[in-house]
Design a protein around this ligand. Structure first.
Ligand code: NDP
Length: 269
C-alpha cells in the first residue's frame, strides 16, 4: 500500500458519522491528517467520534452536528474548523441519501427535496470552506474538493428517477466548479458509486429482508439481481480509497474528473 503523510493537513468530511464518510475519515486519520466530520444525528455522530478516537488515540479530530442543508449551520461548522485547525486542505462532500421513487409516485415536493439535497449538499459546504481552500492553494499546498456521486448520473434507473436526474446535474456541477477553480489550483472531482454497503443499505435490509435472512445472503441476492459483474456490493472503505486518492496530492494532475466505483456495473465505454 502506498503511504502518504498528511500531517499538518486538514480534511473535512460531511456525513462522516456513517458508511462511506466514516471510512474516509478513518483513512485520513490513518494518514496523519486532522479531520472534521459532521452529521445531523447527534448520537450517531458521537458513536462515530468515539470509535475513531478509540482507534486513533489523541487524533486531531473534530465532530460537530450540522445539517449540510442549513446554511447557518454549515457556516458555523466551517468557523469551528478554522478556529480549531486553522485551515482546510480537502473537502469531501459526502452527506446525503438516495430517494427510491418512480416518476408516477414522485410529488413536486419530493422533486424539490431531492434536487435541494443533491445540489445544496455540495453548494453550501463548498461555499463555506472555499476561503480556507483558497488559502491552502495560494500557499502552494494541495487543495481539493471531492464529491460522492452515483453511477446513476450516467446510467439512470426509473425507480430512482429524481435521484438519477439530480446526480446527472451534479456531474455537470462538479465539472463547472473544476473549471472555475482550476486557475486558483483547487481541484474538484467526484466518485461515481454503484451499490456500497452502508447505513442506507442496512436500514433497507432491516426493513425488507425475509425473516431469518442474513445480511450476507440479502446483499448477495441484491448483487445478483442488480447484475453486478464483481458479484458483490462494494465496501465503504473501497469508496473511501477512491475519495482519498482524489482528495490528496496522489491525484495532483486530475481535476473535473471522476472514478467509477461500481464493481463493473457501468455499461458505457
Ligand atoms: P450512510 O447512511 O451510511 O451515511 C450517510 C451520512 O450522511 C451519515 O453520516 C448521515 O448522518 C449523513 N447525512 C445525511 N444527510 C445529511 C445532511 N443533510 N446533513 C449532514 N449529514 C447528513 O450512507 P452512505 O455512506 O451510503 O452515503 C454516503 C453518500 O453516498 C450519500 O451521499 C449517498 O447518497 C451516496 N450514495 C451511496 C450509495 C450506496 O450504495 N451506499 C449509492 C449512491 C450514492 P445523519 O443521517 O445523522 O445526518
Amino acid at each position: 500500500m502506498i503511504r502518504i503523510d498528511l500531517t499538518g493537513q486538514v480534511a473535512v468530511v460531511t456525513g462522516g458519522s456513517s458508511g462511506i464518510g466514516l471510512a474516509t475519515a478513518e483513512l485520513f486519520l490513518r494518514a496523519g491528517a486532522s479531520v472534521a466530520i459532521c452529521g445531523r444525528d447527534r448520537e450517531r455522530l458521537a458513536r462515530a467520534e468515539q470509535g475513531l478516537r478509540e482507534r486513533h488515540a489523541d487524533a486531531p479530530l473534530f465532530a460537530m452536528p450540522c445539517d449540510v442543508l442549513d446554511a447557518d449551520a454549515v457556516n458555523a461548522f466551517a468557523q469551528q474548523v478554522q478556529q480549531r485547525f486553522g485551515r482546510t486542505d480537502m473537502l469531501v462532500n459526502n452527506a446525503g441519501q438516495g430517494r427510491v421513487s418512480t416518476f408516477a409516485d414522485t410529488t413536486d415536493d419530493a422533486w424539490r427535496d431531492e434536487l435541494d439535497l443533491k445540489y445544496f449538499s455540495i453548494i453550501r459546504p463548498t461555499r463555506a470552506f472555499l476561503p480556507m481552500l483558497r488559502e491552502a492553494a495560494a500557499a502552494g499546498g494541495n487543495a481539493s474538493i471531492v464529491c460522492v456521486n452515483s453511477l446513476l448520473a450516467l446510467q439512470p434507473e426509473p425507480h430512482m428517477v429524481a435521484t438519477s436526474s439530480a446526480r446527472a446535474g451534479v456531474l455537470s456541477l462538479v465539472k463547472s466548479l473544476a473549471g472555475e477553480f482550476a486557475p486558483e489550483r483547487i481541484r474538484v472531482n467526484s466518485i461515481l458509486i454503484g451499490l456500497v454497503e452502508s447505513g442506507q443499505w442496512r436500514r433497507r435490509y432491516e426493513a425488507g429482508a425475509q425473516p431469518g435472512q442474513s445480511w450476507e445472503d440479502w446483499t448477495a441476492e441484491l448483487a445478483r439481481k442488480k447484475h453486478i459483474p464483481l458479484g458483490r456490493l462494494g465496501r465503504p472503505d473501497e469508496a473511501a480509497q477512491a475519495l482519498f486518492y482524489l482528495a490528496t496530492a496522489l491525484s495532483s494532475y486530475t481535476t473535473g474528473s471522476h472514478i467509477d466505483v461500481s464493481g463493473g456495473v457501468a455499461r458505457h465505454v
